[in-house]
Design a protein around this ligand. Structure first.
Ligand code: COA
Length: 264
């Protein structure tokens, strides 16, 4: 296992091409303060630059909470400008950053995922929840609205009607219902959560890194009204034919062997 940067509020562990990032403020239920967002950003940049890392798992420390939201104490006295900056910085450094990351990021939702915590999980590409997980966007109970992409991504995942209900009532959803509504892909007992995520990650590690990166880009393009997803798909599909991963993947199939991708 190689040495990685040490952070104050974030733990990182690289194991079999999968970087697990743990938000580590259990006494505050892993609430996201500015320092934690900055450290997550830095850990992700490190993951981006490390060719050994093929996917990332994000989880929360302890058995009670994934992330219980943005740190309410930190923004309690913010004014309008500071509020806007808080949201914009979060989008830029963490939430959009994760969504557009070149390697798949899996949220291992191990308890409360509220407000910024659910927004963090929703920015990830894949979500797996433990049976004890509770998810919601309770911001309207604090006199505010979701500011880290929740108004947009919740509607994309559960549909507009359920998103209206969840955000206006501030109700939490349990893990079974979250799976029913498509908010998470799987629900497993808490002790099996990281193993389930590792199994998904292990499959990703077998695939072509450049094809996986391109697939993330094209899927996201379809949800970005600046682009026509189909046009982006045609363009990116064509480019794949110029990669050595494509040549290797096809050659391996024809030679009836497993491919060995180099990501180029
Ligand atoms: N921001 C800052 N601190 C938070 C926090 C948040 N979002 N969520 C929890 N904490 C802190 C609590 O203040 C408490 O700290 P303290 O021990 O120093 O007082 C500690 O974490 C434990 O939380 P507590 O509320 O005592 O646990 P609980 O089991 O009674 O309740 C929750 C759990 C998740 C229901 C409750 O903590 C909660 O509602 N948190 C806020 C969720 C929220 O509104 N998130 C959206 C923010 S925009």
């Amino acid at each position: 296992m190689q040495t990685m940067t040490t952070y104050e509020n974030v733990l990182t562990e690289l194991n079999q091409k999968v970087l697990t990032i743990t938000v580590n403020r259990p006494d505050k239920l892993n609430a996201l303060n500015a320092k934690t967002i900055e450290e997550l950003h830095e850990a992700l940049i490190e993951a981006e630059n490390d060719k050994e890392v093929r996917s990332v798992i994000i989880t929360g420390a302890g058995e009670k909470s994934f992330v219980a939201g943005a740190d309410i104490a930190e923004f309690a006295n913010y004014n309008i400008e500071q509020g806007k900056l808080l949201s914009a910085t979060g989008h830029f450094k963490l939430f959009n950053f994760i969504e557009n990351f070149s390697k798949p990021i899996i949220a291992a939702v191990n308890g409360f995922a509220l407000g910024g915590g659910l927004e963090l999980a929703m920015a990830c590409h894949i979500r797996v929840a433990s049976e004890n997980a509770k998810m919601g966007l309770p911001e309207t109970s604090l006199g505010v609205i979701p500011g880290y992409g929740g108004t947009q991504r919740l509607a994309q995942l559960v549909g507009k009607g359920k998103a209206f209900e969840m955000i206006t009532t501030a109700d939490m959803m349990n893990a079974a219902d979250a799976c029913k509504w498509g908010l998470v892909n799987y629900v497993v007992p808490l002790p099996e959560l990281l193993q389930k995520c590792a199994e998904i990650a292990a499959k990703i590690s077998l695939r072509s890194p450049i094809a996986v990166k391109t697939a993330i880009k094209v899927i996201n393009a379809g949800f970005n009204n600046k682009f026509n997803g189909y046009d982006v798909e045609i363009e990116e599909f064509g480019k794949m034919f110029g990669t050595s991963d494509f040549k290797e993947g096809v050659r391996a199939f024809l030679e009836k062997r497993k491919p060995s991708f180099n990501g180029n």
